[in-house]
Design a protein around this ligand. Structure first.
Ligand code: PBG
Length: 324
């Protein structure tokens, strides 16, 4: 008799046993659905670079948030395309801009829906950078006040949580101080803490009309080759008062998600970004992959890597698939 070997296949033999031993679960309540808000009324126009996602006027953003709510998705992340752009990005903190309108409208229609707002200047500046330009460079400190004012205007509109995505140094502290000083101590901050200078944002920049008009974002977003630097970035944001730590993109950065999870005790969010979404959609449209299976596998992988929640353009589909 040869020595018996252990048989891991015993625990894979049926759906019943596989369900019992499964380590990671993906749920609709883990998901956050991004919305792109444009000026106007009754507008719902599919975004060519993000099929199944729409440019929505504030009233239609409410309808989309309702759909998300009905599907069991707890939160939306709102992005705005403003009426006007200038050097400072002043439409970013204009109370009448589409995002502020949408935040007010969604919170009044669906008080229980978590409304998170993306805080950045790049959709609002004529040059398309996430901070102010001085002598051809992106100036850190003069950008902070404007970014904090933008966060404040979202809080005033009723946002539950603000999500700064600019990657300027010191912005979390400035936003926290500004919110606290104006009576918004209860508004939380989801920091795009480890955000990389990534080619995966291509379709988003198309959708948000936010591509930089000169240069690139490498002087403020992180170098994709670095992981220890991500821990330093995250540590700073924790110290400055962030409530949730985001890693972005997600798919090529699963190791970063795991490190952040292991090194910090705050919740982690992964952003399954536009390029990750578009690649899957393109492959599925060509019949190369099974869309449902591959999306569930990708998102489960992110959760297995340690994320607590996922921002994804697939959210409505996923919620539907998980319910079947
Ligand atoms: C704005 C912002 C970007 C994304 C989210 N917020 C683009 C960028 O930094 O260039 C990308 C989201 C996506 O690709 O899905 N700063």
């Amino acid at each position: 008799m040869t020595k018996p070997f252990y048989r891991p296949r015993r625990l894979r033999a049926s759906a019943a046993i596989r369900n019992l031993v499964r380590e990671t679960e993906l749920n609709a309540c883990d998901l956050i659905f991004p919305l792109f808000v444009v000026p106007g009324k009754k507008i719902k126009k599919e975004i060519p670079s993000l099929v199944g996602n729409y440019h929505l006027s504030p009233d239609m953003a409410v309808e989309m948030a309702r759909e998300a709510d009905a599907a069991g998705i707890p939160g939306v992340l709102v992005f705005g395309l403003p009426e006007y752009k200038d050097e400072q990005g002043s439409s970013a903190w204009d109370a009448q801009s589409p995002v502020q309108q949408a935040i007010r409208a969604i919170k009044s229609a669906l008080p229980g829906m978590l409304v998170i707002s993306d805080v950045c200047l790049c959709q609002y500046t004529s040059h398309g950078h996430c901070g102010l330009v001085k002598d051809g460079r992106i100036d850190n400190d003069s950008s902070l006040r404007l970014i904090a004012n933008t966060a404040l205007s979202h809080a005033e509109a009723g946002a539950d949580m603000v999500a700064p995505s600019d990657m300027m140094d010191g912005r979390i502290r400035m936003i926290r101080e500004t919110l606290d000083g104006r009576g918004f101590a209860e508004v939380s901050i989801m920091s795009y803490a480890a955000k990389y200078a990534s080619a995966f944002y291509g379709p988003f920049r198309d959708a948000a009309n936010s591509a930089p008009q000169f240069g690139d974002r490498r002087t403020y977003q992180m170098d994709p080759a670095n992981s220890r630097e991500a821990l330093r970035e995250v540590a700073l944001d924790v110290e400055e008062g962030a409530d949730i730590l985001m890693v972005k993109p997600a798919l090529a950065y699963l190791d970063i998600i795991r490190k952040v999870k292991d090194n910090f005790d705050l919740p982690v969010c992964a952003y399954n970004v536009s390029g990750e979404f578009a690649m899957v959609k393109a492959a599925a449209a060509q019949g190369l992959v099974d869309e449902e299976r591959i999306v569930l596998e990708i998102l489960t992988g992110m959760k297995r890597a340690g994320t607590d929640m996922i921002i994804t353009y697939h959210a409505l589909d996923v919620a539907r698939w998980l319910r079947q």
